[in-house]
Design a protein around this ligand. Structure first.
Ligand SMILES: [Zn+2]
Length: 318
């Protein structure tokens, strides 16, 4: 019998899942709609029967555990709490609902922590005991690993570097406060920067041809690759803000590496080179040159399922 775990990633619109072996091979995968299930019990029942269907295609597989990545997931309690982009309100006892349908060890954490697990078990951080991953997507998530363990903290919600305040009184954030790292270094933060720079800078720019509502990180990245002055200036500013966030995180936990994943990280050297330059310029001397800033080693299209599966494998080993 070949042992696998089920890795599940719950997003606002879609939920993806896969059966993953110890080496990070996804043997089978599938997806269902997250929206359209007003009651969480109905959703869990469809999800688990889909996973059972998936495994019934193999005669020699045994599922040993279930790992789940979800927004606002509490690792300590097995709950999803007050998630604004899911239909289920309040505090959902998610892992116990899953265990009622399938009697297996079940673990849950938020998506960025799952990304950190994926990096540690299957990705670029395999032999790294102390690292931080920042996910630069619609928002900015983070997972902090020290001494080989994820930092969950007292509440289970530790590792919200995206909501550290970079500029007091700065841009308003979805969390209700102002000046968070996320408002400058997420994909939408980059768009906000470009809109401001288009009005302040006199230089010609390809981005002036695009309606403001159509601007996105991909178009800005493409323009920067063509040496568009506004796009390049926007990347430079974004990198400087991101460097402040990284510097604050480095003095807190002294990682060996910081991995950047998803969205803006796909811009490659356009982002990495200035980030490294600003970190080096502004970091405390004792930390200078001690931290590598690197791209994630996990392919983006498989990352969510692999991260959730890595959580299950890591917990089953304990
Ligand atoms: Zn915030």
């Amino acid at each position: 019998m070949k042992e696998v775990v089920a890795g599940i990633d719950i997003g606002g619109t879609n939920t993806v899942f896969g059966l993953v072996d110890r080496d990070g091979n996804i043997l089978a995968d599938g997806n269902i709609k997250t929206s359209g299930h007003p009651e969480v019990e109905g959703f869990v029942s469809v999800l688990i029967s889909s996973i059972k269907n998936l495994s019934s295609g193999f005669s020699d597989l045994t599922i040993s555990g279930i790992g789940i990545g979800a927004p606002n997931a509490n690792y300590h309690k097995g709950t999803i709490e007050l998630a604004t982009n899911l239909a289920w309100k309040g505090i959902i006892p998610f892992t116990s609902l899953v265990s009622k349908e399938m009697d297996l060890p079940c673990f849950i954490t938020n998506d960025a922590n799952a990304a950190a697990m994926g990096e540690m078990i299957f990705g670029a951080a395999k032999n790294v005991r102390d690292f931080i991953i920042l996910t630069l997507g619609t928002g900015v998530g983070s997972g902090i690993v020290t001494n080989g363990e994820l930092v969950y903290g007292h509440t289970g919600f530790a590792g919200e570097i995206g909501h550290t305040i970079i500029i007091p009184g700065g841009r308003s954030c979805g969390c209700g406060r102002q000046g968070c790292l996320e408002t400058y270094t997420s994909a939408s933060g980059l768009v906000r920067t470009v809109l401001y720079m288009l009005s302040e800078m006199k230089e010609p720019s390809l981005l002036r041809e695009i309606a403001p509502s159509k601007l996105n990180a991909k178009l800005i990245t493409d323009a920067a690759k063509k040496s568009d002055p506004v796009a390049m200036e926007a990347f430079d500013y974004t990198a400087e803000m991101l460097a402040f966030g990284i510097i604050n995180a480095i003095v807190f936990s002294s990682p060996e590496a910081v991995y950047l994943f998803g969205g803006l990280a796909n811009a490659g050297d356009l982002l990495f080179e200035p980030v490294r330059k600003y970190v080096d310029r502004d970091i405390m001397a004792v930390f200078r040159g001690t931290v590598k800033i690197l791209p994630s080693g996990i392919p983006e299209n498989n990352a969510a399922v692999l991260g959730a599966a890595a959580l299950a494998w890591k917990e089953l080993k304990k």
